[in-house]
Design a protein around this ligand. Structure first.
Ligand code: GLC
Length: 582
């Protein structure tokens, strides 16, 4: 370890984040004594996420501590875990060193409540992981619940306290912070070699001053270690983090990350078999990378130390896809187009532009807005050259690139077309019709109001929300190169799980106008669609009617509410308006 301290120097955020920007794909591991319960307590299945079973089942700390006595992950094999990540094409691992339950999954010298001193296993798995990561060239990072600690007498609870042994009014957060959290983070930064990220979580009511202390501590000990975004509730930390399973609707050129589950929970839960398909995982990866971010995909190993086979199988498929198409992911630039597209995603490297096609359809595929001249087009999977035509007048009404795609998809998940260009890719940010679709997302909407400041706003994820007044309306500017009849569809969000459908409140009436034509419609809840990006919320489609666009040119589409329903106080959450050529 001495080399850690011998070359101490100041490190800029840009330098610190270099590997992170290139990594694109990481493995999140939620592993703790909660895995022993696997989602059940005293013979009863407990709803909620696995790693928080202590909260969902209201288990007092004294009883929860008993679980440790049976925790013996004899089948844990660090080399195997790291190989699974590596085989999947992941470049970093973030593992729970201490979750909200307060139990340290490594050998801590400042709290005996840890895997070495409190379980029959009596061994430090993080030591093995650190060695395996070093050997296999993967960055090791630690998740640490710095604010919440449901075991410590002074630790915080974010969502109500069920165990009243230490009443809230007697707690002094700084006592926990100085006695346990800071010393433990120091241990994590000094016992395991270079650490990639300290991934803090749930800052709750942590003061800015204390958040800054957690932040600075990391850089003081390991200047090159990145501080995760959840160190505070207000943008401290070295990169941007979105909420669990939340992917923004548009690009962000600042470094960012989305952490996501493979089923519906993080910590191991036996009953949760709601596994996402390999196709949706790969699309999510591509979509995140194209928007400029990193994908931190979770596995929840069992109490024995086994990564569930359903996860391993999916990771292997993603790895295979990356072995075929990694050129279009690693080292690529994202955020080439500010908004999300309907048909897939775009990445670029040097003078190559990659079109990632999600739903394959043989025949002509048009891509509009590319300002460069295309020298060649080939399928990444097979190397097959594709015929193409390109109008060369340089205005985006005519610079349509049309590729002729073979009938069968070269890849079962996402097929990539590599275009060699005459220079670095330059794409007109104006929205145009691609492949018969105009995709107007919330990210590219102009929020307007007929009286003063609009109240509705764009959330961090790019969703339009807080729509409470009919004075507020949205407009989009776009061009159409192919006139004709377009079917108009509105996409909004509702809760993902119909059984706890709390946020849905349809019935809003809207008026949509474009090119002198008007459509009136009511938002409905009946067409729930497979979400492409956001697994947290369910996307719902409403048919708005047919719009006829008589000639090619520039258009403005306006979406105005006529009546907003407010039974539950949430209002519409708007994702996009889509025009589909009929
Ligand atoms: C939330 C949960 C936590 C989980 C984390 C993963 O913050 O509280 O249980 O570990 O998300 O991102």
């Amino acid at each position: 370890m001495p080399e850690l301290f011998s070359n101490r120097r100041i490190c800029t955020n840009e330098e610190r984040l270099q590997w992170f920007r290139e990594a694109k794909f990481g493995m999140f591991i939620h592993w703790g004594v909660y895995a022993q319960l696997a989602g059940s307590w005293k013979g009863k299945e407990i709803p909620g996420i696995g790693e928080q079973i202590m909260r969902y089942a209201s288990i007092p700390a004294s009883e929860y501590r008993e679980i440790c006595k049976d925790f013996n992950p004899v089948r844990f094999n660090a080399d195997e875990w790291v190989s699974i990540a590596k085989d999947a094409g992941m470049k970093y691992i973030v593992i729970t060193a201490k979750h909200h339950d307060g139990f340290a999954m490594y050998h801590s010298h400042c709290s005996p409540y840890n895997i070495v001193d409190a379980t029959p296993y009596a061994h430090d798995p993080m030591k093995d992981l650190a060695e395996a990561c070093q050997k296999q060239g993967i960055k090791l990072c630690f998740y640490y619940s710095h604010y919440q600690d449901w075991d410590d007498p002074d630790g915080a609870f974010c969502w109500g306290q069920w165990d009243k042994t230490y009443p809230e009014e007697d707690k002094v957060f700084e006592r926990y912070m100085n006695r346990k959290a800071i010393p433990q983070i120091m241990e994590l930064l000094t016992q395991y070699g270079p650490i990639g990220i300290i991934w803090y979580d749930t800052p709750g009511k942590l003061s800015r001053y204390n958040a800054q202390r957690f932040n600075d501590l990391v850089h003081a000990i390991q200047p090159e270690c990145i501080v995760g975004p959840r160190v505070s509730g207000d943008e401290l930390g070295d990169y941007i983090g979105y909420g669990d399973n939340q992917v923004p609707s548009g690009a962000n050129s600042l470094p960012w990350e989305t952490c996501a589950t493979m089923n519906d929970t993080w910590g191991f839960k036996k009953q949760d078999t709601n596994w996402k398909s390999p196709a949706s995982l790969i699309r999510l990866l591509v979509s995140i990378v194209s928007k400029g971010g990193n994908y931190l995909l979770n596995v929840g190993p069992t109490a024995e130390g086994i990564i569930p086979p359903e996860s391993v199988e999916r990771l292997h498929i993603i790895g295979d896809w990356l072995r075929r198409n990694g050129e279009a992911v690693y080292g690529c630039r994202g955020a080439l187009i500010p908004y999300e597209t309907q048909w897939g995603a775009v990445t670029g490297k040097g003078e190559t532009l990659y079109l990632h096609l999600f739903d394959w359809k043989g025949g002509p595929f048009t891509f509009t807005g590319l300002k460069n001249r295309v020298k060649s087009a080939r399928l990444l999977a097979s190397g097959e050259e594709l015929p193409f035509t390109q109008a060369e007048t340089g205005t985006h009404l005519t610079d349509r690139l049309t590729l002729t795609l073979p009938e069968t998809a070269p890849d079962p998940y996402v097929s990539v077309v590599a275009l060699e260009l005459d220079g670095e890719a330059e794409i007109d940010p104006t929205i145009t019709d691609t492949d018969g679709k105009v995709f107007l997302t919330s990210v590219s909407a102009h929020i307007c109001s007929s009286s003063g400041e609009p109240e509705c706003r764009r959330s961090k994820n790019g969703v339009i929300e807080g729509w409470s007044r009919t004075e507020d309306f949205l407009t989009w500017q776009f061009t159409v190169s192919q006139p004709g009849e377009y079917e108009v569809v509105l996409r909004t969000f509702t809760e993902k799980y119909p059984e706890k459908d709390t946020s849905w409140e349809g019935g809003h009436k809207f008026r949509l106008s474009c090119g002198g034509k008007e459509l009136s419609f009511t938002v409905t809840d009946d067409r729930r669609i497979q979400p492409r990006d956001l697994f947290l919320w369910q996307e719902v489609e409403t048919s708005c009617g047919t719009l006829s666009i008589e000639k090619a040119g520039s258009y403005t589409l306006t979406l105005t509410p006529e009546k907003l329903e407010y039974q539950k106080g949430l209002g519409p959450k708007l994702k996009s308006v889509i025009l589909n050529a009929k």
